[in-house]
Each structure stands twice: as structure tokens, then as C-alpha cells.
Design a protein around this ligand. Structure first.
Ligand code: SF4
Length: 462
């Protein structure tokens, strides 16, 4: 049963599912809840109300979200649902969550902090705290973070102007809305001030930052800055340098304008790491997917980037077995992988997403064939990845320490510039040989790579 005692500070249980973009929504809601004096509960039973931030991207994520809502309802009874699944409709046009779980108190779509707060206030009145009520905000620009203290995601825009046929994000999150450049930079500074040493820039389409604002000039630190990726990266790089921190870019599409960003990487302003969701290589498949930057020039673009910045690490995701994909088109993708030498690649076997236009495309492939192509793709991708990792053996790399019990006396775990948290490999750190050397979470250490193992490296701190 929920905690129904008349506590001056009611407790809220919070479950955050889904991608880093959903995580930043969760952080905004939790920041606001804490600023208003609500406490958090670790269990559904110990909470006065539960908020579930859902994901609605693929069918497995939908199932996980619906199951979590069901568990929260069974254990607590008072549940508010937010996030991408909250924006989904069932086949009859009804709200899917409300249809499956009619007893939820309220349902909102993603990026809806105020609506969630309104629902919380309606069902669990705001605690009155004479001190907190006088403090505006209370958590500064950076707010509460769900990530470890030393890295954080920073969302620079919401929504997307593209209409990829396999994706329903624009129907859930709407068209691109970029955050003002001054706000983004202020939040970045607050995060660095708070101890963040790696800032992960996210959005649905990072390269398009500022398009909706016609690259309007904003202000930061008393100086004009354009709302555009190049200028943002330049300013973030200058800011990060003051804190000796890293900046990593995710979800960048291969537009010609990215060349100038790669030049900044070569100058060491931001990490030479690009997460580019190519999804496929064959121009006809990309056209059927309605992808931005349709692929004719992607190989040349990658070659140019590698010339500009030989250290560049590329991460990407792909879809195998898209409707109508011929063996020849799939082979084109494997050839692309060989030539592009993508360092880190993930691959999904195509699966229908409810409400996506691709479901109606002709030439749906049998599930077994989609899976078989995914497996063939991953065999090639993993070989390339491990060959590229092998080349690091013997080199010294800068490693950001993520885990180091007892000051690293028995070793620890970290990541190099080539490894984004949670999606790439890790660097296993051996116990330091020098007695005076310690490892601390959130600090950098130099380490000599002694072995490559699967997706990971083994290194000796020096
Ligand atoms: S670029 Fe395509 S896949 Fe990415 S969010 Fe926009 S529509 Fe979806």
C-alpha cells in the first residue's frame, strides 16, 4: 500500500525508461519536484505517488513501459505517465496508455515538465516549506542529474523536421525546437561547475541545431553567438577547456557543414568522436527510409573527415532487412562498412513500429532473413571494430575514470575519447604499479593500452 501518512514532504517514486533524451526530461521533472520540496521514494510501496517516464520507440520498449505502469499500479495505485508512449494512440485513436491502464491518474507526452507538475499538484498537493518557498529554483541552471556526477547529457533541441519512414518520433515530439544558445551554454557551465567532466550533446538531429531559429544570434558571456552547431561547438570547446573537460557529440547527420565541426575536433576543441546514425548506405534504401543526407556522398564525406582528423572515431547505427532491401543493396551496406571502417556499429533487424509509414512499404522481408542479415552485418562490424581497437595496443590514452574502489588499488574502469558511456566499450584499468598513484572517479588518468579484448581495452595506468 502507498504511504498515506500525513507527511509534510510527500514522497514520489520515479521510473525513467528510454533514451538519453527521455533521461533529460526525467532530470527536469525531478529537479522541479525537489525544488518544490517533494522527496523521492526508492520503492513503489514507499511512495505516495509514482511517475513513469516511458519509451515508445520500438515494440520491446512499449511492452517494458506498459509492464512497468502495470507494476506501479499494482504496488501503489497512484500513477502518472509521461514520455513518448504517453503520446501514442491505439488503433482506434484512443490514447494507448489510458486504454491499457484506465486507472492511471494522468498521461502526458514527452518534454512536458509543467503538465506533469500540474498532475502531481492535483493528486499530491505541494508541500509547504517556509525555507524552500523562498528559494527560487534551488538547484541552479544544471538541475538534478540522474547520471553519475562526472558526466551529463545536455539536450540542445527537441523534436525533428525529418520524416524518416521507420520513425514516429516527430509525431510524438513535434518539429525541431532549438534551445537558445545562451541557455545551452549557461547549463553547460553550471554542469562543469558541478563537477561534470564529460558533456554529451544530444538531440534528435544535432546538425540541424538552430535551423528553426534561422541561426539567430544569441548572447553568451556578453558576446554574440549564432544559434548554429559550429558556433555552439566552438563556444562549448572554449568553455570545456577552462574545466579540462570533454565534449562529445551525438546524433550528427553527415551534412557538408559538419566538415567544419570536424576541423574543430582536429584542433582539440571537442572530442574527435562522432555518433552519426547512417542506418544504411544504399541510396535507394535511404530514399525509401526518407533519410536526411541520402547517402550518395557519405563515403567521400567520411574520407574527408578522416583526412581532416585522423583520430576521429565514428559510431553509427544501421537497420538490416528494411522493406524491399535486395541482397545487392544489403551487400552495398557490407561494402560500405569495409570502406568506411566504422569504429562502433549497432544494428537492428527491421521491425515494424506502430504508426510508422514504413509498415506499408512493399517488399516486407521474412523475419528470419532480417535476422540473418543483422547477424551477417554484426560479424563484419565486430571484425572491423576489433581490428581498429587492436591498433591502440601500445599507445597511451587519456582515460576518464568511472569506477575505482579503494582509490583504484585493485584497478578500476574508465573510458577513452573513443567510448561514450553505456553504448561503447570500456577501458579496464589494471592496479597502478606506482604506490603513490591513485585512481579517482571523475578524474582523468593516462594509461598505456596493453591488450584489446572484445569491445574493450585493458590498460596500465601511468
Ligand atoms: S531524423 Fe529521422 S529517425 Fe531521427 S528523429 Fe527525425 S524522423 Fe526520426
Amino acid at each position: 500500500m502507498p504511504n498515506t501518512s500525513a507527511s509534510p514532504a510527500p514522497k514520489i517514486g520515479f521510473v525513467s525508461l528510454g533514451c538519453p533524451k527521455a533521461l533529460t526530461d526525467s532530470e527536469l521533472i525531478l529537479t522541479q519536484l525537489s525544488a518544490e520540496g517533494y522527496r523521492t521514494a526508492k520503492t513503489f510501496e514507499g511512495a505516495d505517488l509514482v511517475i513513469v517516464n516511458t519509451c515508445g520507440f520500438i515494440d520491446d520498449a512499449v511492452k517494458e513501459s506498459l509492464d512497468t505502469i502495470g507494476e506501479a499500479l499494482a504496488a501503489n495505485g497512484k500513477v502518472i505517465v509521461t514520455g513518448c508512449l504517453g503520446a501514442r494512440q491505439a488503433d482506434d485513436g484512443e490514447n494507448l496508455v489510458q486504454q491499457m491502464h484506465p486507472s492511471v491518474l494522468a498521461v502526458t507526452g514527452p518534454h512536458a515538465t509543467q503538465e506533469v507538475m500540474d498532475a502531481v499538484h492535483a493528486h499530491l498537493p505541494k508541500p509547504h516549506d517556509p525555507f524552500l518557498d523562498l528559494v527560487p529554483g534551488g538547484f541552479g541552471e544544471a538541475g538534478l542529474k540522474l547520471t553519475p556526477k562526472h558526466y551529463a547529457y545536455l539536450k540542445i533541441s527537441e523534436g525533428c523536421n525529418h520524416r524518416c519512414t521507420f520513425c514516429i518520433i516527430p509525431s510524438m515530439r513535434g518539429d525541431l525546437v532549438s534551445r537558445p544558445v545562451g541557455d545551452v551554454l549557461r547549463e553547460a557551465q553550471a554542469l562543469f561547475e558541478g563537477g561534470v567532466r564529460e558533456l554529451l550533446i544530444i538531440s534528435q538531429d544535432t546538425s540541424a541545431y538552430g535551423v528553426d531559429l534561422k541561426y539567430r544570434t544569441g548572447f553568451w558571456d556578453g558576446k554574440p553567438v549564432k544559434t548554429r552547431l559550429l558556433e555552439l561547438v566552438q563556444a562549448l570547446g572554449d568553455l570545456a577547456a577552462q574545466y579540462k573537460a570533454w565534449v562529445r557529440l551525438h546524433y550528427v547527420y553527415p551534412y557538408p557543414s559538419v566538415d567544419a565541426v570536424v576541423e574543430l575536433m582536429a584542433q582539440g576543441k571537442v572530442l574527435p568522436y562522432l555518433d552519426v546514425p547512417f542506418q544504411h548506405s544504399h541510396p535507394d534504401v535511404l530514399k525509401r527510409m526518407k533519410r536526411p543526407a541520402d547517402g550518395e556522398k557519405n563515403l567521400e564525406r567520411i574520407q574527408r573527415w578522416r583526412e581532416l582528423c585522423p583520430e576521429l572515431v565514428l559510431r553509427s547505427t544501421f537497420i538490416a532487412g528494411f522493406p524491399g532491401e535486395t541482397e545487392e543493396e544489403f551487400q552495398h551496406l557490407l561494402d560500405f562498412m569495409e570502406q568506411a571502417q566504422i569504429d562502433r556499429a549497432g544494428c537492428f533487424a527491421y521491425s515494424d513500429v506502430q504508426g510508422a509509414a514504413a509498415n506499408d512499404l512493399p517488399g516486407m522481408l521474412p523475419q528470419a532473413l532480417r535476422e540473418e542479415r543483422r547477424a551477417r552485418f554484426m560479424a563484419v562490424a565486430e571484425r572491423i571494430s576489433s581490428q581498429r581497437l587492436q591498433r591502440r595496443v601500445g599507445h597511451v590514452m587519456q582515460v576518464l575514470v568511472d569506477h575505482a574502489p579503494a582509490l583504484g588499488r585493485k584497478g578500476g574502469r574508465g573510458r577513452s575519447y573513443a567510448d561514450a558511456p553505456e553504448i561503447d566499450g570500456i577501458v579496464h584499468l589494471l592496479p597502478p604499479q606506482k604506490v603513490s598513484k591513485t585512481l579517482k572517479v571523475g578524474e582523468f588518468t593516462k594509461a598505456k593500452i596493453v591488450q584489446a579484448q572484445g569491445h574493450d581495452l585493458i590498460a596500465q595506468p601511468i
